[in-house]
Design a protein around this ligand. Sequence first.
Ligand SMILES: Nc1ncnc2c1ncn2[C@@H]1O[C@H](COP(=O)(O)OP(=O)(O)O)[C@@H](O)[C@H]1O
Ligand SMILES: [Mg+2]
Length: 470
Amino acid sequence: MRNEAGIRPMGWVTRIAAMLGESLRVQLLAWIVLTLIGAICVNLYISFKSADATAALVADHTLLASARVIAEAVRVDTNGTVEADIPPAAIEMFDTGYGDRVFYQVMTAWGSLVTGFPGMPQPKVAEVGEDGTFRQDEVRLIMLEHPIVGLENEGRISVTVAATHNGQYAMRRRLWLSDFTKQLVLVLLAGLVTIIGLQRGLAPVLRLRDAVRERGRQRLDPLPPDMVQSELRPLVHALNDHMERVQNQMAAQRRFVSNAAHQLRTPLALISTQASVAARESDPGRRDEALQALRASTRQVTRLASQLLTLSRAEPGSRRPRSDTVDLTATARQVLESQAEEALRRNIDLGLEAEAPVLVEGDGTMLREMLVNLVDNALRYSLESGRVTVSVAQQDGTAILTVEDNGPGIPEGERSPVFERFYRIIGTEPEGSGLGLAIVREVADGAGGSVILGDGSDGGLLVTVRLPIA
Ligand SMILES: Nc1ncnc2c1ncn2[C@@H]1O[C@H](COP(=O)(O)OP(=O)(O)O)[C@@H](O)[C@H]1O
Ligand SMILES: [Mg+2]
């Protein structure tokens, strides 16, 4: 069967199972209720069995007593005739108000009926109660063998007494009900106590839920682990760890934004001043000078803004990672061409050592940005008339890109912090923001590679980037 949405309606069993699976409280409660129902059923059966046995026992006692009274009334007179004058008490003991019918029969050992109802069924064993049918009535019957003084042959008679079940069943019902009620009260009491225990046990979990829910967006201080039972403390610890990570990340983000604002403010203030100077200057030569400075400052801000943008794009999770197949050799060639003018201006020998295409998988724009920053650093920090060499090669499934210069290099102790955002080595002369190497590392990580700083052969810096081959 399908409804309009084309989805088969869930069977009620699955629906109940789904509902049970969802809430811990409902789940535990369901188990308790099932257990209680089971206990009640077993209890019902056991108490019925015991009430049935007791009522049958009582019925048999009455039947036997009645049979005795009847047997006592049997006489043999002087002619040898067997007589019985049944006393009313023998029958009256069944008169318990349930309208039971009573039948009896006295037989001689040789099988002739002395008195009573002919054709009654005969129990096989004496003095043991048995169920049977007589004249369309379900009856309980018992047989008693009794010696009679003066009786010929065997000298015994057998007395059979039968009664319908009404009284017996009424007693069974009463016994059963009282027994069952007692046990039911106990079971329900146990269930109630369990449910109260369950509620109390779950209370800390609910408190934890409320504590988490009530927190404002900014509240990330740890939750006290002892607010829940020991089994749940790992959960609170995990929550606290997570909140700490979020807190650190938020702090880093705030630092980054404030650093970025600082970095932008300085050149913008400079631009404003230079613009005012240029506007006031009447001498064309000096105005040109001011405008040149203005243009340089603008370039710096633009570069900073574009670096910020690159960094935010390179961050993990900031956008869908692209995986183009990129030829590192071709990318390096393009970057060197774009930087050739700057190299020429500073009289730096900028060279590429690469033979074959080296294909890697990654974001082409980002990889290019990484190379731009590395070459830019090499040109910027190496000496006038120096040498900068970029090489691309591949080895054992890894692409190896190196950028080497013969500038001052980076001392060992600074090789880790220079990768941090906005970090610049104290005393670094040329302008910059400290974002270049942060971008390099972010891009290399994003492409599944690594970057290390080392010593160049002429004492300069050697940057080695390793990337997996496509
Ligand atoms: N090739 C290099 N030679 C010497 N020092 C370098 C080189 N590249 C980077 N550095 C140092 O590392 C610091 C961080 O570089 P980077 O993250 O690119 O920021 P920026 O270039 O904007 O200062 C620079 O300030 C500089 O002191
Ligand atoms: Mg740089």
